[in-house]
Design a protein around this ligand. Structure first.
Ligand code: SAM
Ligand code: SF4
Length: 307
């Protein structure tokens, strides 16, 4: 093995916290969308890399880590946008060459999923693409439009159903506080429409799927940062954030009592770490939220919050 050989990365890279121990392979760079709150495309141009170069990185990983690799994540913001033939080729290549690889994951914008046919998604799933992390952010169409998300609640419902049909695990994220402070009506509809979206995508079976809430951060360089500087956007405080999440949880109501929806609000951006299974742990989650609301001293301090 040539010890100087390096897997190609162009920093900063983007991956979900749960893929921290996975082999990270840069299939795409940046993101082809530009949401107002996100920094995925601020410091690099969107690009899909040459498949032969990606395969070379898989070969290097094989020489360096061999049997140790069980999970692989294709960086960056929306690797699902990669044309199916290319995504399939690198997925099959990694699964064939990394002997203990169990699954491959990607970030996916809803529109990237909708552009693929059911057959294409099934082929990808059978080849080893087993989890897609999709940023819903909210189920409220007006707010989705405001933050330039380029997707609707209906897109999320259709994209989720397509993933589930193809046996690709769904892990979706929402953003607490997305509408900003001093807009109680927006916050209310954000919580209600997001819960309605989750209720609507709940599958009929007992498969595992994930819903996570992050809390809005305002990174420098983003559109939302510019709005904050100009005074037209103000962040919610921790109390408003917890109230919004409480309304979301209250509105969760699944038709299927076997549902295994793993709920997390324990990201570094959150004020209060919460975990549970919806909808059976609703009361437990609500009591944690009530505790946080009445004991503000236990909340994560502002300076410890991060993306
Ligand atoms: C790197 S993005 C990839 C998601 C995927 N591209 C999509 O849009 O479906 C991962 C997620 O991080 C969250 N995120 C990004 N910027 C954020 C911010 N400023 N504050 C809180 N959460 C943020 C959003 O939920 C976003 O969907
Ligand atoms: S949220 Fe997703 S789609 Fe939007 S800019 Fe970030 S990575 Fe791209």
């Amino acid at each position: 093995m040539n010890s100087s050989e390096r897997i190609y990365y162009i920093q900063p890279v983007f991956r979900p916290p749960s893929e921290a121990n996975s082999l990270l392979i840069q299939l795409t760079e940046g993101c082809s969308f530009k949401c107002d709150f996100c920094m995925s495309n601020l410091r690099k141009e969107f690009k899909i890399r040459e498949i032969d170069d990606v395969k070379k990185d898989v070969d290097i990983a094989k020489r360096k880590f061999g049997n140790l690799i069980q999970k692989l994540f294709f960086l960056d913001g929306n690797a699902m946008v990669t044309p199916t033939n290319k995504l399939l080729e690198v997925t099959e290549y990694a699964m064939k060459n990394l002997p203990n690889l169990e699954r491959i994951g990607v970030y996916a914008h809803a529109k990237d999923i909708l552009k693929k046919t059911d057959t294409q998604l099934k082929l990808l799933s059978e080849a080893g693409l087993k989890i897609a992390y999709v940023g819903f952010e909210t189920g409220y169409d007006q707010l989705l439009q405001e933050v330039n998300k380029n997707a609707t609640k209906a897109d999320y419902i259709e994209a989720s159903k397509k993933l589930m049909k193809a046996d690709i695990m769904l892990s979706a994220t929402f953003i607490n506080g997305l509408g900003g402070a001093n807009r109680p009506d927006i916050s209310k509809v954000h919580a209600e429409e997001s819960a309605d979206l989750v209720n609507k995508i709940c599958p009929d079976d007992d498969r595992i799927w994930y819903i996570a809430f992050l809390t809005l951060m305002v990174p420098q360089g983003t559109e939302i940062y510019r709005r904050k500087l100009s005074g037209s956007f103000k962040e919610m405080n921790s109390r408003e954030i917890l109230q919004e999440l409480k309304l979301f949880i209250n509105k969760i109501n699944f038709h299927n009592n076997k549902a295994q929806c793993i709920f997390r609000s324990n990201h570094a951006s959150n004020y209060l770490p919460i975990k549970g299974t919806l909808d059976r742990d609703k009361e437990k989650i609500l009591s944690v939220l009530n505790y946080g609301l009445s004991h503000e001293d236990i909340l994560r301090p502002e300076f410890y919050r991060a993306l």
